[in-house]
Ligand binder design. Structure first.
Ligand code: CP3
Length: 344
């Protein structure tokens, strides 16, 4: 691991005059070259499981923008598929899965160690990337957090309020617990294999952490993330881990300490000055520009970008969006954002 990689310096706790930068969903539909490669692959899942083309779309934003990090092109829902769930994507709508609400459906899942059979092509993508990325670019692997992945598995699709997962959690806590544990073990397997293949950092996406409150936040957001982080760091001492409990609000405070992650990714719902005071003293923070600025651009994009850089200047920071870039974003606005970060 090279200490000169700027992302690794931030993750090690160093404040830098210019924060390193990458973007969630940086390989995505806002880029014409992504749309072209996806069309070549046929559909989104075929792209995820085609190592050459998945590596190609991962590299596209690096070539175009020179980001400091590259995130593996895959999806958090490949893990449930590897555990035996059916998965397909409806264009323009999103993911669909077979639902999981009964003991029998849980018992039909494969053991955690069996996930590699399905996920081998993803590890091959990581191997290609670790050969082909520029020497200064950090390769980030990722997985969904157990709670977020469970919300899709239980409902069979994305839901506005994660209602079906909350219902199963409250009505059959023993079954829900077993599902979370299986996902925790599967995630450890999946992320460890990504590290073996060459991922230098891993990120755990808990996109729906914000719908957990009280003790549930401890049980289903903090605890699985702590277990995954501890298991990976036991195998790979020094491996940096980024946690993203999106929507956690004031529960961002103490998250790094409770889970052992090196960095917390902040969504745009938290004020940067507040987070600099309350969260950044506990370690590196990543974030948190509202992705809508990349659609609308202009003065507001540059002002808000500089405000975030300024707010976090006193400590370790990785500049990023508060959530993924959207398909309607203007690729030129990404250049403007990067110029504002690097020139700010
Ligand atoms: O960030 C990256 O560039 C790396 C690749 C990546 C994708 N998905 C590719 C993708 C990553 C890190 C993810 C994570 C992911 N996937 C999350 C967590 C982060 C978040 O956004 O909250 C979630 C919840 C998913 C599940 C998922 N995948 C949904 C709900 C959808 C449909 C919504 C949408 O944006 O279309 C996807 C599809 C998906 N995953 C796309 C991409 C580039 C778009 C698919 C396409 O090309 O048609």
């Amino acid at each position: 691991m090279s200490e000169t990689k700027t992302i690794l310096k931030s993750l090690a706790g160093e404040a830098q005059p210019v924060p390193p930068i990458w973007m969630m969903r940086q390989a995505g539909r806002y880029l014409p070259e992504y749309r072209e490669t996806r069309a070549k692959a046929g559909d989104f899942l075929s792209l995820c499981y085609n190592p050459e083309l998945a590596a190609e779309v991962t590299l596209q934003p690096i070539r175009r923008y020179g980001f400091d990090a590259s995130i593996l092109f895959a999806d958090i829902l490949l893990l449930p598929q590897a555990l035996g769930a059916d998965l397909w994507f409806v264009t323009g709508e999103g993911p669909r899965l077979s639902t999981l609400t009964t003991e029998a459906e849980f018992d039909a899942l494969k053991p955690a160690e069996a996930v590699h059979e399905t996920l081998n092509p993803v590890y091959e993508t990581v191997r290609i990337l670790s050969r082909e990325l520029p020497a200064e670019t950090t390769l980030i692997g990722f997985a969904g957090a157990p709670w977020t992945v469970a919300t899709y598995m239980v409902a069979g699709r994305g839901t506005p309020d994660q209602g079906p997962a909350h219902a199963l959690k409250n009505e059959n806590p023993a079954l829900f617990r077993r599902l979370i544990d299986r996902l925790t073990d599967g995630t450890i397997e999946y992320l460890a294999a990504q590290v073996e293949a060459g991922a230098e950092v891993v990120k755990i996406f808990d996109s729906w952490a914000g719908s957990l409150s009280g003790e549930d936040f401890d049980t289903y957001a903090l605890e699985p993330c702590r277990k995954i982080t501890a298991a990976l760091k036991a195998r790979y001492p020094g491996l940096p881990v980024i946690g993203f409990p999106r929507g956690a609000g004031e529960r961002y405070v103490g998250f790094a300490k409770a889970t052992g992650v090196d960095c917390v990714a902040l969504d745009q719902g938290v004020d940067p000055d507040w987070a600099a005071r309350e969260v950044q003293p506990e370690g590196c923070v990543q974030g948190n520009l509202d992705p809508s600025h990349l659609v609308t651009g202009g003065e507001a994009l540059e002002r808000e970008t500089r405000r975030i850089v300024e707010a976090f200047r006193g400590g370790p920071h990785i500049f990023n969006l508060g959530h993924g870039i959207t398909p309607d974003a203007d690729p030129e606005n990404v250049h403007r954002m990067i110029a504002a970060v690097r020139g700010a």
